[in-house]
Design a protein around this ligand. Structure first.
Ligand code: MN
Length: 235
């Protein structure tokens, strides 16, 4: 094995490695990329003005350094007047691969977490209508809060369970993982047919219906049965 890496000199200090906590383990999960699935619950597809028929899943990405831990304050982002929450099941890839068959896809999972796909909805929809990329609506600073991962060894593979989000205690999203249009094995297989998955990749699997705006001072909580909860405050 080459030792080129350890001898690489950088002209500026290299960036730190983004990471998420792992429940019960005194080490963190390094984040390589964040894949996100669009419109993966039928009722949410309808509320976004789209047909929920099983068209192939589509994806977008957030930069890896948009992740942040649960329990922190999130500054209201610039250039939006319609800042939205989206509660999501997050999948952490522990074993890489390409062209992964559906029936073997779960072997690539390290663990799962509760995350929020924070969205500048006005920028996303304007981009959508103009056929432009979603990056400005989805991939801005601190847009991917993520609660501690729980490992497959700890909890197995959650195929169902309540997924919910509340703003200041009022429940806004309330669904079940069994409502996912494309399940975790299908999503992993689908991504891996197009890009090589690698350890450290996260996948945000889509949000159920009930998305809506949040403002400064709001406390956003959410959870997935068996997977814990997430809690952020907008400041
Ligand atoms: Mn989303």
């Amino acid at each position: 094995m080459s030792d080129t890496c350890s001898h690489t000199k950088f002209v500026i200090p290299p960036p730190s490695i983004p990471s998420v906590a792992v429940k019960g383990i005194d080490a963190r999960f390094p984040v390589r990329r964040i894949f996100c699935v669009g419109r993966n619950y039928a009722a949410h597809a309808r509320e976004m003005g789209r047909d929920p028929d099983r068209e192939p899943p589509f994806f977008f990405l957030k930069p890896s350094d948009t992740v942040l831990d649960s329990g922190v304050s999130v500054p209201y982002p610039p250039q939006t007047k319609n800042f939205h929450y989206e509660i999501e099941l997050v999948v952490a890839i522990g074993v890489g691969g390409w062209d992964i068959p559906i029936e073997r896809a779960l072997n690539h999972v390290y663990g799962y977490a509760v995350g929020i796909d924070l969205t500048r909805r006005d920028l996303q929809l304007a981009a959508r209508e103009q056929g432009r990329p979603w990056d400005w609506g989805k991939g801005f600073d601190l847009s991917a809060p993520c609660a501690p991962l729980q490992t497959v060894a700890q909890i197995g593979h959650p195929g169902n369970g309540r997924i919910w989000l509340a703003v200041n205690g009022a429940v806004k999203q309330d669904s079940d993982l069994s409502e996912l249009i494309w399940g975790v094995p299908e999503i992993i297989s689908c991504i891996s047919q197009s890009m090589t998955l690698a350890p450290g990749d996260l996948i945000m699997t889509g949000t159920p219906a009930g998305v809506g705006p949040i403002v400064v001072g709001d406390r956003v909580t959410g959870g997935i049965d068996g997977l814990g909860e997430i809690d952020i405050t907008i400041t």
